[in-house]
Design a protein around this ligand. Structure first.
Ligand code: XIL
Length: 380
């Protein structure tokens, strides 16, 4: 388990919500003994007929509704598969397409998990958001050591070019869109993050990797993905500036994803996000919520959680967003509850346990958060 990326949230906590730490809750995990599921997989036609309120409402609103998916659970849990097909129209591999998973060594690719997700999407008529080609800020989580340790700029560039080209060529026509660059800005904003891509290729690395991706799959949508702008207006400003520069330089970028891990209890987050989205839309690009989760915390109860879900959905729709993806299928497994991650991070440690941040409960039951999003999608 790598932790470095999560350190950035420490910085945010220190800057913004020290108060949250006051109310740390119990550490017992009541989910530890949950039974595993046994029901048979649902066939595609049955699943299509049974598609739930959420998927139907999203389709009606012309928005994709997605979930981050874990390849291991996809293989082993029929009810997990069933929930994905019933409730969602898009999947994002939670980790399977990060280079740490997909290309652990320079000359060794491991396609098994990523292929399983893409095959499942094909079988069930779901779309796939490929996540992610370049995640320099979180070297360790997103990028393997062999790459970040490659010091020679020409060799580094060659490895990146070959890697992106191999990956996009393999999934041409099957992965409709890619998060090409994830988290290019420093945690609190202010500048481009000085990650290994910046250091080896230079500040133009973003432009360069978008062009490489475009050459490898001219039909795929190419997205930039960022976090924290719902809490940090200055970072939102900088995101708009960065994307404006890319558009002016003719870079083939189609959209901007807003991660939306609404961890901090900051009341204006949905409306702040809506305003940044509006400015990206004004540049002619698409916008999407790409990693939404809203945990229960010491300062946020369920009623507030439901309200944030509703307002985040409304904010997205107000900007005609293309997608709302939540960062996990059900509350039984969410990155926010992983002990090692929580231990490394004072903010996450201050969340309630379980943090119950998603739309489906641990038995895949539809929660009130689910109803709130579905009803916001249906409109007034
Ligand atoms: C997280 C995964 O959910 C964890 O399982 C993994 O250990 C670390 O990465 N922003 C992103 C996602 O863009 O890729 C991260 O996913 C969460 C934060």
């Amino acid at each position: 388990m790598h932790q470095p990326g999560l350190m950035r949230y420490k910085v945010i906590v220190a800057a913004l919500v020290v108060a949250l730490l006051a109310g740390a809750c119990s550490n017992a995990d009541p989910k530890a003994d949950r039974p595993t599921t046994t029901s048979p997989p649902t066939s595609a036609p049955e699943a299509a007929a049974a598609r739930s309120g959420l998927a139907a409402a999203a389709t009606q609103a012309d928005v994709r509704v997605g979930a981050a998916v874990d390849a291991g659970r996809l293989r082993s849990e029929p009810e997990y598969r069933e929930a994905i097909v019933n409730h969602f129209t898009s999947m994002t591999p939670e980790n399977a397409m990060k280079w740490t998973s997909l290309r652990p060594e320079r000359d060794r690719w491991d396609w098994e998990d990523a292929d399983a997700i893409v095959d499942f999407a094909d079988e069930h008529d779901l779309e796939v958001r490929g996540h992610t080609l370049v995640w320099g800020q979180d070297a360790g989580n997103g990028m393997p050591a062999w790459l970040t340790e490659l010091n020679d700029p020409a060799e580094f560039r060659r490895a990146v070019t070959d890697g992106i080209t191999t990956q996009l060529t393999r999934y041409r026509g099957r992965v409709q869109r890619w998060d090409v660059v994830n988290e290019p800005l420093e945690g609190l904003g202010g500048a481009l993050d000085r990650n290994p891509f910046y250091q080896r290729i230079g500040p133009n690395y973003i432009e360069e990797v978008f062009r490489i991706a475009d050459a490898a799959d001219p039909d795929a949508e190419l997205w930039l993905n960022e976090y924290g702008t719902e809490f940090l207006p200055a970072k939102g400003e900088q995101l708009v500036q960065l994307v404006t520069d890319l558009v002016n330089a003719g870079v083939p970028i189609d959209g901007v994803g807003f991660q939306s891990h609404v961890i901090l209890d900051v009341d204006s987050a949905p409306e702040t996000q809506r305003d940044v989205m509006a400015r990206i839309r004004a540049l002619g690009l698409e916008v999407a919520i790409t990693e939404l989760d809203v945990p229960i915390s010491a300062t946020r109860d369920e009623a507030e959680q439901i309200d944030v879900y509703r307002r985040m959905t409304e904010a997205c729709l107000a900007q005609k967003c293309a997608e709302i993806t939540v960062w996990g299928v059900d509350d039984d497994s969410t990155w926010l509850d992983v002990e090692a991650i929580r231990a490394s991070n004072p903010l996450l440690g201050a969340l309630s346990l379980p943090s119950d941040p998603l739309l489906l409960g641990p038995e895949f039951e539809e929660k009130r958060t689910y109803d709130a999003v579905a009803s916001a999608l249906r409109g007034p």
